[in-house]
Design a protein. Structure first.
Length: 133
């Protein structure tokens, strides 16, 4: 693990959340991106070395919609940057963590991603991400 790459926040209305976070952080979103395979629209904010990712579901049955229905809006996941996602996935699996996908998949912000089940990480959904070169 290199560093915390970003914190993901589930929101019902991306436009309203962008306005609120722009006021909160003192800067606007630098990028919006849809990840159609995951049914999510993302918006990224950069504050110093830190990033916040807002996530809005594009489908009523999407994972973000389900998360909001279950727990309400709020922190969805914490993402860690890794050098080699496959090596890190194998390491975590060997350590007894449950991965939500067997192979990394393409995520937002030019990343390969894999998620660790919250039951394996004290209730926190963990995302591993590696920049696609």
């Amino acid at each position: 693990m290199i560093r915390i790459e970003h914190i993901g926040i589930a929101v019902k209305d991306l436009e309203k959340a962008e306005e609120r976070y722009a006021k909160l952080l003192g800067t606007g979103s630098y990028k919006r991106e849809e990840v159609a395979s995951e049914g999510v629209l993302t918006s990224f904010f950069q504050v110093g070395p830190n990033k916040i990712e807002l996530l809005e579901s594009t489908r009523p049955d999407g994972t973000i919609a389900k998360a909001i229905e279950k727990r309400g809006e709020g922190m969805h996941h914490i993402a860690f940057e890794v050098d080699d996602i496959r090596v890190e996935m194998a390491r975590l699996k060997a350590e007894g963590f449950t991965l939500l996908n067997e192979e990394p998949k393409r995520g937002a912000d030019n990343k390969l991603v894999c998620f660790v089940h919250p039951k394996s990480a004290n209730g926190v959904l963990v995302e591993l991400c590696q920049e696609i070169k």
